[in-house]
Design a protein around this ligand. Sequence first.
Ligand code: TYC
Length: 102
Amino acid sequence: MSNVTDTKPRAKTVTKTARPPLHKVILLNDDFTPRDFVVRVLKAEFRTTEDQARRIMITAHTKGACVVAVFTQEVAETKAKRATEMARNEGYPLLFTTEPEE
Ligand code: TYC
């Protein structure tokens, strides 16, 4: 091998860009917030259609809670806070929370 080029393959490092962990925004049921108001908040803050908003609202109403959507942590927390604030401004107890997705 003295005068020969060494062509033995070398290990290559493949770098993958990590995706940020996602967080769920969860809509909680309560006994006081009007259904139409919940639908209005979902459309305004989460840009859902009327139909999507009604399905999410009814699921939370019947099951107690419903995942609205998933976002990066900061976006999820900001949207949950703003949506909850919309309800507080009208005197409703409606609550949106966040939790990390498994
Ligand atoms: N349960 C409410 C009512 O009967 C409506 C409602 C639905 C409130 C979903 C919150 O996340 C909720 N007026």
